[in-house]
Ligand binder design. Structure first.
Ligand code: COA
Length: 102
């Protein structure tokens, strides 16, 4: 109804550290904007999970809010960070590398 969607991710341990999740999320966001014509994509990440947070940050998402004790992990409520990208701000086009340097 709001032309908005969310993405969550969890990668098998043996596949970490090769840039796979950044590439996968970039493709999904691109699909959401270009193919589905959505306006907003959000990602919620546990606040103290630096590797998970690096993904929306590398892709240029904006940090919008702290969601207090929003995630129940291993029996503990953890704060989460809400990141969002709007279609007019999406900087990536097919074939361009997500280096985070632009
Ligand atoms: C967080 C998680 C998704 C990261 O997956 P990933 O594929 O390693 O992440 P990225 O795509 O960002 O890859 C970046 C890493 O690949 C490395 N890399 C290697 N080749 C690369 C390339 N060609 N391009 C980009 N990065 C590359 C980077 O140096 C970086 O390494 P680092 O994380 O040690 O700094 C994954 O570790 C995961 O699912 N973890 C468990 C999730 C979890 O605990 N969640 C808690 C609740 S949210």
């Amino acid at each position: 109804m709001n032309r908005s969607t969310s993405i969550g991710y969890w990668l098998a341990a043996e596949a970490e550290g090769r840039g796979l999740m950044t590439a996968a999320v970039r493709m999904l966001v691109d699909h959401a904007f270009r193919e589905w014509g959505l306006h907003r994509v959000v990602i919620e990440v546990v606040a103290d999970d630096a590797r998970s947070r690096a993904i929306p940050e590398r892709l240029g998402f904006r940090e919008e809010a702290v969601l207090r004790e929003a995630k129940l992990l291993r029996g503990r409520y953890e704060d989460a960070i809400l990141y969002a990208m709007l279609a007019p701000d999406w900087p990536w086009s097919p074939g361009r590398e997500a280096t985070g340097s632009e």
